[in-house]
Design a binder for this molecule. Sequence first.
Ligand code: ADP
Ligand code: ZN
Length: 524
Amino acid sequence: MKPSISQMDVALKKFFGFSSFRPYQKEVIEKIMEGRDCLVVMATGSGKSLCYQVPPLIAGNTGIVVSPLISLMQDQVMALKQRGIQAEYLASTQTDKTVQTKAESGFYSLLFMTPEKACTIPNSFWKKLLKAGICLFAVDEGHCISEWGHDFRMEYKQLDKLRPILSDVPFVSLTATATDKVRLDIIKSLKMKDPYVAIGSFDRKNIFYGVKSFNRGYPFLDELVQEVSKSVASSGSTIIYCLTIKDVEQIHHLLESAGIKTGMYHGQMGSGAREEAHRLFIRDELNVMVATIAFGMGIDKPNIRQVIHYGCSKSLETYYQESGRCGRDGIASICWLYYTRSDFTKSDFYCSGLHTENQRKAVVDSLMKAQKYCLLTTCRRKFLLEHFGEKVPAENCGNCDNCTTTRTERDMSKEAYLLMACIHSCRGNWGLNLPIDVLRGSRSKRIVDAQFDRLPLHGLGKAYSSNWWKSLGSQLISHDYLKETISDVYRFVSVSTKGVQYLNSAGPDCQPPLFLPIIEEMNE
Ligand code: ADP
Ligand code: ZN
């Protein structure tokens, strides 16, 4: 049934109090009501939920929503009930059968379920509910179904079992993860038939993106505390994402001691304490939340002004979702990402519990892409949008650190030649450190054992510090002259095809010009 425009507008106003739809909402709702499968890919905060919330209200039957976290379902159910909508959730942990029985009769407009519950609930339940009427089967956070996503969940993979049972029900998958691979995987895994695909823009124009390399601990932490106190005094809330619980606790303690109202959130806290912290933060009773990625989906707070990453996320998808939690109200907001090179060698840590080679490869690829983003010296927004498969404008954004900092460039062809030639001579079985030590004339045991002290290049790079060379190496990686691969915790640097071409067109005394910006770490 195709809904009339007025039916949709009435429902939007009556239940949600909004007077107009946002981009794609109307189209998706129409397609769902015509019975078509839909894949909705839109940025965090763009209003995906409304796409599955409206159809049951118009059709007067039930919409099923699969969602990965109970806390997320609880929040949604509460918010819907406050709007006068009949909503509940089912999870395997519940023993009381009341909700299930009421649900079978079609009592709820929106019925949320964990993927486990959806796959284990008896067929008789679906049969009864189908009789009462199911207008859609939504899979929220749909990227969890893909091994290529950043949040793969085994239980999501089994949702395809429901396809034959709910053969006439439109399947709707929603995600903010936009790579092609993940999109295709969702369509395939859910056995979607000719889905209507709605892809919104991922550009969050009001967010400033900046990246800096840093050393964990002091004196950086003192600067961080000062920065955060300043921003808390002048504007809304801040989230600080850390990679470990230890970092969360340390930063939380420092900020609290500095008199800033700070909460923390991580996976080892009890669910009660986590919910309390979440609530206080949402109500503006806390100015800062220091958290691991556990503080994740469903943070619908409009006035977050700043997201700081104390260490780089494991993928650009995760980073974009986490950083995207600020500025939902459209007001200018800031994201700073601080990274250390070791953030990108944590693949073994992220791989624990993964089973297939594909999954492990996906982790390493994602880390490499995140590293590339950090090392970038060109417009960050363009890079991010390109990564999400969006056509990017020719102009730079003017709202990222690389667009707003003017860096002097100079011809570094001589140095680049030396470093690439040295890596080539060491046969690429090393990271950056060893070839740099060779250039700087080290006679360490490793170098003497491998006879690298006999290379003609040995000692030719003494004029610069090791850190200077590392910065050059990073830039050559980001400009694809060098290639970095990671195996477990080891990173190997080799000369890429582009680099080999450069070496071939150059000799020890004549290199084609290679202008590179002098980045901060190169100022000695
Ligand atoms: P997403 O799931 O895409 O991250 P949500 O569905 O949580 O985003 O929506 C983000 C915010 O936008 C919510 O506060 C929601 O109420 C609001 N919103 C959604 N659609 C509209 C609309 N048509 N008009 C105004 N606000 C909207
Ligand atoms: Zn830019």
